[in-house]
Design a protein around this ligand. Sequence first.
Ligand SMILES: *Cc1c(COP(=O)(O)O)cnc(C)c1O
Length: 404
Amino acid sequence: MSVEQKIEVATAPDAVFEAPALGEPYLLTPGPLTTSYAVKQAMLRDWGSWDADFRAMTADLRRRLLALTGDRVGAYDCVPIQGSGSYCVEAMLGSFVPKDGKVLVLANGAYGLRAAQTMQYLGRAHTLIDKGDYLPPRGDEVARALDADPAITHVIAIHCETSSGILNPVKEIADVVLAKGRKLLVDSMSAFGAVDLDVNDIPYEAMVSSANKCIEGVPGFGFVITKKTALEAAKGNSHSLSLDVHAQWATMEKTGQWRFTPPTHVVAAFIEALKMHEAEGGVPARGARYTGNRDVMVAGMRELGFETLLADNWLSPIIVTFFCPADEKFDFTRFYDLMKDKGFIIYPGKLTAVESFRIGCIGRMDAHVMRRVVEAARQSLDEMGVTDASPPQAALDERAKLAG
Ligand SMILES: *Cc1c(COP(=O)(O)O)cnc(C)c1O
């Protein structure tokens, strides 16, 4: 998409989802997020972790996730790992980067920096390209970094950097990494299931995501999808017993079980979420719904005078950063509370230079809900006495950096 292309307001999808339970707000946050009633209901039963029923559920979960990768030759496998998404990032880095390997970390926000911090904890060699709060890492600079340092074995890229909402150019990065004979690791935590990450297009070494993002499950585990050759080579690499992807995989292959207590109810909920994902039409349909959510919400917020941090071509369909208005009557904490009163939980911003906040587009909701979000924002501004939601000049100067 070119910079000139503008977002068009999509027509609302026909589907109207059930509202969260009475009094429960919508979570406009990038996970945990609003889940369907069916997903919550799937947790109203207990399972024995060693029982054949649960082992079949684990196999089903792995098979369903692999079906989303585009792998037609069985080159990849899926290994679920207990814990939140960061546990999986750490498991991936510790298991696939050999002790004498070196990682180039591409950071443009909190999650990229967390990957670098993880490497520091691991005590393994790494180097960092830090683009600041939101500027995308580009192919040419990755190429220069790889040419300059032959010791680099792996590159880790963040697919959607959730801290600004930017959709990073992973295809461009992947092409360079492969051309230079290195291996690509992807943190696709907040994108997998809604944004295409086809192994035929982007033959990554390994990627991670978690249960409580675009598949719309509840929190409790994540998963690594990786080449089987990488799994075989990972034996003995891990710094950690519980985060050893090879050991988890080897046990699952042999016994069908997780090595340590699995989050049984979360797995049951996730399988229900995967069935709903499939019924909706898979990755393209999920992506289209989130894109519609974003377009309706962004167009409405812009009408109120709000401005996005990012130009349209970098906006992900996952979460959007808005500048706080310059009007001194605007107070984010008050705005948050007023939005919550109206049934919507929004998200604080993460920019270092200027005040901002974020609104997520993912979870069990559609464009009808997003129109109500905009209406709630309009009322909240009214109640604060803010007549103009446009940002301060400093914010616009900051944004001008993106244009170069
Ligand atoms: C959510 C997320 C993570 C994991 O965060 P946890 O709080 O550990 O679940 C990692 N990377 C990205 C890009 C994310 O959006």
